[in-house]
Ligand binder design. Structure first.
Ligand SMILES: Cc1ncc(C[n+]2csc(CCOP(=O)(O)OP(=O)(O)O)c2C)c(N)n1
Length: 323
């Protein structure tokens, strides 16, 4: 019989591959200019999104920033909905009105995404408060960049969640830059984890591209949070592969260097290769390739469906809008 670890690692690889293939499909298709949405690409975040979302499980809920592709796909695995929204079509849950920055799929636990930096942190905290009151036993994860810890809403939410002992994971995806300004020019402290550890909040920290490590860290965080009834802060470092918004690189803009990026990647390893090599110790390569072909077919089909689908009728623009 297959060990649980092999099953886990196959599932993690499949999700990781799905996210990477979807981002690849965007890069290949964006030039045709029929995805009319700004793209805040997730390339580089895949291991974090997959590890955290897999540990959260089906009942968990996530809230994200505008850089949400990886988390959306890792939680929902809904590539049809993803491309329908990017192509602005009526077959998307938001009927093409959300774009890349406001992806959601509440039935699969992707509650909402927002372009307002840190804007959803207090909202996620509210959802965690509801979970606690309903004795739901599952967790909320709020994903945000290091730029969001410059905002008051983040600090109020860490404080209140610690006070009320809420079942929430604060997932800080730290790529060191708020657009192009490094943390050293924004923060009046050196270590965010040192500051957060003064709250009644568990603190976890990693700098890795290994999805299984992130998964295990998140499981540990959830277990500890359940035991000591504290929220958890997950400080997870990564490197953004592409520019802040768009599908190109930005190493020529002068605020970060390709050397800095390459050094990190060399030290940490590529997220897909790491996981594939690990699997090869347990399973035949043909099994991995079967998964890869399945995912490639799924993504190609999702893009095709989205391209073929209709746009919403004009009066749709006034529906579902809170005013
Ligand atoms: C409240 C608010 N202030 C400023 C902005 C402009 N803005 C857009 S993205 C961004 C940087 C955010 O960086 P970070 O949170 O680290 O996320 P990343 O883009 O690195 O994923 C800023 C300041 C905004 N969208 N919302």
């Amino acid at each position: 019989m297959r060990s649980e670890r092999i099953k886990l690692n196959l599932a993690l690889y499949k999700k990781l591959y799905l996210v990477c293939q979807c981002e690849k499909a965007i890069v290949e298709n964006y030039k045709y200019n029929d995805m009319k949405t700004p793209m805040h690409m997730s390339v580089g975040q895949e291991a974090i999104a997959v590890g955290v979302c897999h540990a959260l499980g089906a009942k968990g809920q996530i809230f994200t920033s505008y850089r949400s592709h990886a988390a959306y796909l890792a939680k929902s695995e809904n590539s049809d909905g993803f491309f329908a929204e990017l192509y602005g079509k009526e077959t998307s849950l938001a009927k093409g009105k959300a774009g890349s920055m406001h992806l959601s799929d509440p039935e699969r636990g992707v509650m909402v995404a927002s372009a307002i930096v840190a804007g959803l942190i207090p909202v996620a905290m509210g959802a965690a408060f509801a979970k606690k009151r309903q004795n739901d036993n599952s967790f909320v994860a709020i994903f945000f960049g290091d730029g969001a810890i410059d905002e008051g809403g983040f600090w109020e939410s860490i404080n209140f969640s610690s006070l009320k002992k809420l079942p929430i994971l604060f997932v800080c995806e730290d790529n060191n830059y708020s657009v192009c300004t490094p943390k050293s020019e924004r923060h009046g402290y050196v270590s965010i984890t040192d500051v957060i550890s003064k709250f009644d909040c568990n603190v976890f920290s990693e700098d890795t591209n290994d999805v299984e490590v992130i998964y295990q860290l998140t499981c540990n965080a959830i277990e500890l949070s359940k035991k000591n009834e504290r929220p958890s802060f997950l400080h997870l470092k990564y490197q953004r592969f592409l520019e802040h918004v768009g599908i190109k690189e930005d190493f020529d803009q002068g605020f970060r260097s390709r050397e800095e990026f390459n050094k990190w990647l060399e030290e940490k390893g590529d997220r897909l290769t790491l996981q594939r090599d690990k699997l090869l110790q347990f399973v035949q390569e043909t099994e991995i390739m079967k998964i890869e072909r399945e995912v490639e077919k799924q993504v190609a089909w999702s893009v095709e469906l989205a391209k073929k689908a209709s746009f919403s009728p004009c009066d749709e623009v006034y529906k579902g809008v809170y005013a």
